[in-house]
Ligand binder design. Sequence first.
Ligand code: ADP
Ligand code: ASP
Ligand code: MG
Length: 439
Amino acid sequence: MALVVQKYGGSSVADPQSVKRVAGRVVAAREAGHDVVVVVSAMGDTTDELLDLADQISTGPNGRELDMLLTAGERISMALLAMAVAELGHHATSFTGSQAGLITDAAHGRARIVDVVPARLRAALDAGSVVIVAGFQGIAQDTQDVTTLGRGGSDTTAVALAAALGADLCEIYTDVDGVFTADPRIVPAARLIPAVRYDEMLELAAHGAKILHSRCVEYAKRYRVPLRVRSSFADDATGDLTAGRRTDIIADTSGPTDTERATETAMEDPIISGIAHDRSQAKITIVGIPDKTGAAATVFTALAEAGCDLDMIVQNVSAEATGCTDISFTLSTAAAPAALRALQEIEDRIGYLGLRHDDRIGKLSVVGAGMRSHPGVSATLFAALAETGVNIQMISTSEIRISVVVHVEDLESAVAVAHTAFGLDSEHVEAVVYAGTGR
Ligand code: ADP
Ligand code: ASP
Ligand code: MG
């Protein structure tokens, strides 16, 4: 018998029929003898619809009230799922994030978990109940107000509960069979990845693969939570934890050693594990900024004070005639207005010529641990993009990732061409998207 945490995303509980289907899966795990904790997201696109509603009422809603509104979505699903499990003859109890003991800081809309005290969940499990928890929410330690963890945060709720309860497995159920080599919605030739390392998954998630919330992967890595992604639509609800198509997120202990790699005695690891894309970023360029000591410090201090989280930064070589240079950076589209305001406020102090804002960009990231020991990955990527006529605007790298910024209209074809160039295309279609609107 195991303790299993199962998380069901919005598309898995989009309507009453789906809620009943999920209840069947939960009950199968229970009847196989496992203790089951379920984390649910809001039904379908409910969170987006609640945001649209708020938008019609207020141009800048208060963070506390917005969190009160958004957490209602998950409360609806948790209560309905508890009812559906009861209909199948099993006892189920639902809990809000606060009742589940998910304690956060007070940063509304992007709260971080500071403690998990799952006493009520433990008691309900001991009493033989299936436990159902509303995802993506907690309660602030200081203010006792309800908070949310940020979009996609229910994955993080599931992993945090799995860590606190010492669960044997955390299963993320969604509308695809697992993690693919690219988003199946744009690359039909994508392949299912049976196992991927925490670090690679973290790079994919942090650079736009929304299949997992990146903080959930960080958390799982830190607490060594066995994490699995699978489909809630597959017809394999037997409660057998060893069966079914899926992706396991694993620690970097497997795979060939460097010597084995050099002598090719071990099975070859793919150099590239997957490709992520992100349409949610904007690029800002500060044109004609004097190239003198302290200018960059002034710029980036102002941006940090405005709470802007930056991604890529590029500074050009200064033009000899003017002694000026350009600095470009990317950040989330939502943070761009605050960044522009912050830069306008320091204009007198640093004296730049102008600001350029471009939100028609997309980022493509190629990720793979094999990059460490294989030269030529950037060359393959850049050549493939050049052959398709895709212009690269910015480049950044980590030890196991290469990212490029391109025009948003080129993004999908860039992902497809890179997928082919790294030999990731599957011969038969295995990338099925069972539900969801991709919103
Ligand atoms: P949920 O509602 O279950 O949380 P999400 O919409 O957040 O589901 O995440 C699932 C979606 O992630 C898939 O439908 C798919 O379009 C997208 N996705 C992006 N990158 C990948 C990838 N590499 N592998 C699988 N799915 C991906
Ligand atoms: N319902 C929230 C969202 O749509 C949280 C989640 O689904 O993980 O972002
Ligand atoms: Mg999600």
